[in-house]
Design a protein around this ligand. Structure first.
Ligand SMILES: NC(=O)c1ccc[n+]([C@@H]2O[C@H](COP(=O)([O-])OP(=O)(O)OC[C@H]3O[C@@H](n4cnc5c(N)ncnc54)[C@H](OP(=O)(O)O)[C@@H]3O)[C@@H](O)[C@H]2O)c1
Length: 272
């Protein structure tokens, strides 16, 4: 773990998974809004370049921490950093990765456990570390980046399960903290153009790219607009909203029938 620190003065946002995609888009957008930033990820070159860009072009303080959120001792370092950052106002629990198209039993158990660590343990631990400071200030926000895939099962099982955990965590924290001035959001994007699908090894010919993708910038813009309104769920894009509505409102027996049909045809229902 390498840490580069610079002096903090302004309201600060900490973003996990900031080296690319939605996390990097959050970093650029929050820098536009004058936030100092603490950026967390593993790919150093991307973090170095992003910090430099943000300092040079937006005049904010940007710091990065090279952290693997699968490792308990490294997650602990981020937890401690949050506790020592009294001006932290926004925590974005964004780091994550896809499960691909394999079935649950074909995926090594270690991979499932690592997904639980990155998607669930890290957001839980970082939110727990951030909330006391936010309560003292009586303001702030936690954005948990979930997925439209959280509303339906997947054959890999753990992507939808871990993202659904984030929804429930967000709903419960919102109930607890809204009246204390703290906003909680479960951000549920659909297909978004980032490194996510590339990391699954999907080439440009993969059928997933026949879907309509949103830009990471649009996802972030929608999230920050929704945060102002204080709604706990943010589902960017009309088609994603409609899909989430159907998945949440259709009778369970209809959904189970549809899922069984789809599981028999292809391994994953929603691949983001
Ligand atoms: N793209 C989509 O279609 C889509 C749709 C719905 C939801 N999402 C969610 O959006 C979030 C951001 O993903 P993205 O689409 O922006 O993909 P991305 O470009 O691959 O970004 C994922 C980020 O998470 C970080 N990360 C992954 N594992 C990590 C670990 N063990 N420790 C520290 N950082 C880790 C990556 O950093 P390093 O690799 O540098 O460590 C990277 O910065 C994820 O939670 C994903 O589930 C994405």
């Amino acid at each position: 773990m390498i840490e580069k620190t610079i002096e903090e003065t302004k309201a600060t946002a900490l973003i996990t998974g900031a080296s690319s995609g939605i996390g990097a888009a959050f970093a650029r957008r929050l820098a536009d809004n004058g936030f100092d930033l603490i950026l967390i990820a593993r790919r150093e070159e991307l973090l170095v370049n992003l910090c430099k860009e943000l300092k040079d072009t937006k005049g904010i303080n940007a710091e990065y921490m090279l952290i693997d959120l699968e490792k308990d001792n490294e997650l602990k370092i981020v937890e401690e950093r949050i506790k020592k950052t009294p001006n932290l106002e926004i925590l974005v629990n964004n780091a994550g990765f896809g499960g691909g198209n394999k079935a649950f039993y074909e995926i090594p158990i270690e991979d499932h456990i690592n997904m639980v660590k990155v998607h669930n343990i890290a957001p839980l631990q970082l939110a727990h570390a951030a909330i006391p400071g936010l309560l003292i200030k009586g303001k702030g926000a936690i954005i948990n980046v979930s997925s439209i895939g959280s509303f339906s099962p997947s054959s890999g099982v753990m992507y939808s399960t871990t993202k659904n955990f984030l929804n429930y965590l967000s709903e419960s924290l919102d109930l607890l903290l809204k009246k204390r001035g703290i906003k909680i959001q479960a951000l549920c994007p659909g297909f978004t153009t980032t490194d996510f699908h590339k990391k699954l090894g999907y080439g440009s010919e993969h059928p997933v790219y026949r879907r309509k993708f949103m830009t990471a910038e649009k996802v972030v813009e929608t999230s920050l607009k929704a945060l102002k309104k204080g709604k706990v769920y943010c589902i960017p894009g009309f088609r994603n909203k409609l899909l989430a509505f159907l998945l949440r409102k259709l009778p369970k027996r209809v959904l189970i029938f549809a899922y069984r049909k789809m599981f028999s045809k292809r391994k994953s229902i929603i691949e983001e």
